[in-house]
Design a protein around this ligand. Structure first.
Ligand SMILES: Cc1cc2nc3c(=O)[nH]c(=O)nc-3n(C[C@H](O)[C@H](O)[C@H](O)COP(=O)(O)OP(=O)(O)OC[C@H]3O[C@@H](n4cnc5c(N)ncnc54)[C@H](O)[C@@H]3O)c2cc1C
Length: 534
């Protein structure tokens, strides 16, 4: 590594990790006038931030762990985020069927308390407790957009139809949905629009303190070439690799640990015919969701299993598939079987190691730790949720700003992401308007475009009068015009980036179609490079 400690730093802030936390921090910092670079070793959101359940939620079950700070912050945040991105996020209603034999996870503080004061309940979760939890959920964070809790009669409602007869009533409450990997990319784009350099497929291989600067060695994973970048401060938002960065890249003595907890989901063809989600409580005290997904599917998850190595690709095991099928079949009249599964995905939660006994009980809250040992500061990020990413970034900036007196104040609350400059209540109108302007789209395609690109859908479709005007058609409504947009504006480089992270069209495309996208993208990137060199 070259030692240029007398030269000015290339950047104020260097962020390791292009998941939601890294991109959120880069965006916030760039908007406050700091010079920022972010390195992501693969594609943006290629790790945990594309593998979540995709909820902006308070986390009803965390109330049983008395995580009131986290729940309150998340509940308040739901509406702030919905307003900033009404295209990629939307309100959802959750139906929680009630049955008297619902049980607690016996390690929660609430269950321990109830076992002491009401031992005759024998670990059952009483109805009044769920109502109390929902009352808190409705009121802890304040609500303007989202409706409150109500009870529903499952014998007489559409929500009861797919369920077994023994479920006769349910509670219904609000949370919100978000397209997680699109959230990451839009944060990266906004950071870039505010001056940040976003370096994808760029791995940090070493970071060394040289006096009051960091020297950061990065490797371009496309070409294998290496270079050194200098920055005044380093942020480690490596998610599951946060410990690896501390130990093997920065080589710090920090004793803080990360606990890796794998969570898997299964996707089936649509299991029921309405737009609400189900919140199912299991015999083991855990909960799972069943959620309408990508227009034609149902998403079911998640599990909690320990994972020892961040480099081991998380995969949904056969046991996890069976667990989720059996869990859902306790509720659905028609059993969910392995044959119903069309796709699975799995991710690793990088939780702060708080010494909890079980993976389910480990805290979901985030912890930010400054390390100043011997000079330039390092900020390590542990834990966090998609829902709290903006607040996590604000808290991170509270720790960063003292090193940069020129930085301006907090600004992201109320600032929309690209394409999201309309009101939450206007989404349906935007979809209808797009279909009116481009009648060849039809309702489902128009909805997909607004839910992915919001007001930018018009820029992608341009003056097209027919599908042919959008260039090559790859299947499932994916066209050349959209793929080019994803390459030029959204850092997409491979077919996988396009079909599993910028969109989820991988659910509908077959292998020859994916090969066609791959080869089109290769040619398009060469042509773009040649054009840029002219
Ligand atoms: C199954 C599951 C369900 C979840 N559901 C929800 C939910 O519904 N709602 C919610 O709010 N939250 C949810 N979460 C939590 C949420 O997904 C995570 O907290 C969040 O995505 C973590 O983001 P991150 O940026 O910290 O990590 P990541 O997204 O993993 O990003 C870290 C990035 O750092 C990169 N990196 C690491 N080392 C290097 C290096 N040396 N050089 C360059 N790059 C590097 C990695 O490639 C990676 O892309 C869920 C999590 C899981 C696993």
């Amino acid at each position: 590594m070259d030692d240029r400690s007398d030269a000015a730093a290339d950047y104020d802030l260097f962020v390791i990790g292009g998941g939601i936390n890294g991109c959120g921090i880069a965006r916030d910092a760039a908007g406050r006038g700091l010079s920022v670079a972010l390195a992501e070793m693969n594609d943006l959101a290629s790790a945990t931030s594309s593998a979540s359940t995709k909820l902006f939620h308070g986390g009803l079950r965390y109330l049983e762990y008395f995580e009131v700070r986290l729940v309150r912050e998340s509940l308040i945040e739901r509406e702030t985020l919905l307003k900033a991105m009404p295209h990629i996020s939307w309100p959802m209603r959750f139906v929680l069927p009630f049955h008297r034999n619902m049980r607690f996870d016996n390690s929660t503080p609430t269950s321990r308390l109830l076992n002491t004061v009401m031992p005759w309940m024998k670990g059952r979760r009483p109805g009044w407790l769920i109502r109390l939890g929902l009352l808190m959920y409705d009121n802890l964070g304040g609500r303007e957009i989202l409706p409150g809790t109500k009870t529903i009669d499952l014998d007489r409602s559409v929500e009861g139809k797919p369920l077994k007869d023994r479920f006769s009533h349910a509670y219904e409450y609000s949370d919100a949905w978000v397209q997680d990997s699109r959230l990451v990319v839009l944060n990266a784009r906004d950071a870039q629009a505010r001056g940040a350099d976003i370096l994808t497929r760029t791995k940090v291989t070493e970071a060394e303190r040289i006096g009051d600067h960091w020297q950061i060695k990065v490797m371009n994973r496309r070409s294998g070439s290496e270079r050194t970048i200098r920055a005044k401060m380093l942020v480690n938002a490596g998610g599951p690799w946060v410990g690896d960065v501390i130990r093997t890249k920065v080589r710090s003595n920090s004793t803080d640990g990360v606990r890796l907890v794998r969570g898997s989901h299964i996707v089936t063809h649509k299991l029921y015919d309405h737009e609400k989600c189900y919140f199912f409580q299991g015999r083991d005290g855990r909960i799972i969701f069943a959620i309408p997904y990508e227009q034609d599917f149902t998403l079911i998850g998640t599990t909690d299993s320990e994972q020892d190595d961040p480099d081991k690709k998380p995969e949904c095991t056969e046991e996890e598939m069976d667990y989720l099928c059996n869990f859902a079949s306790e509720y659905f009249e028609k059993p969910v079987t392995r044959d119903d599964i069309v796709w699975t995905y799995s991710g690793v939660r990088p939780l702060y190691d708080d010494g909890a006994k079980s993976a389910t009980a480990a805290t979901r809250d985030y912890t930010l730790k400054i390390d100043e040992a011997g000079g330039a500061p390092l900020l390590n990020i542990f834990g966090g949720k998609i829902t709290t990413y903006r607040r996590l970034a604000e808290h991170a900036l509270e720790k960063i700003v003292p090193y940069f007196p020129q930085a301006t104040g907090a600004w992201t609350a109320g600032a929309t992401l690209p394409g999201g400059d309309f009101k939450v209540v206007e989404t349906r109108g935007r979809i209808d308007q797009l279909e009116t302007d481009y009648p060849f789209l039809g309702p489902k395609w128009a909805e997909r475009m607004i839910r992915h690109y919001g007001n930018e859908a018009w820029a992608i479709l341009g003056d097209a009068n027919s599908e042919e005007d959008l260039g090559a058609s790859f299947g499932a409504t994916l066209t050349e015009a959209e793929v080019l947009w994803l390459i030029e504006k959204e850092y997409a480089e491979t077919a996988e980036d396009v079909i599993w992270r910028r969109t989820k069209l991988g659910l509908k495309l077959d292998e020859p179609q994916v090969d066609q996208i791959e080869s089109f993208m290769r040619d398009a990137q060469i042509a773009l490079k040649e054009r840029a060199a002219e």
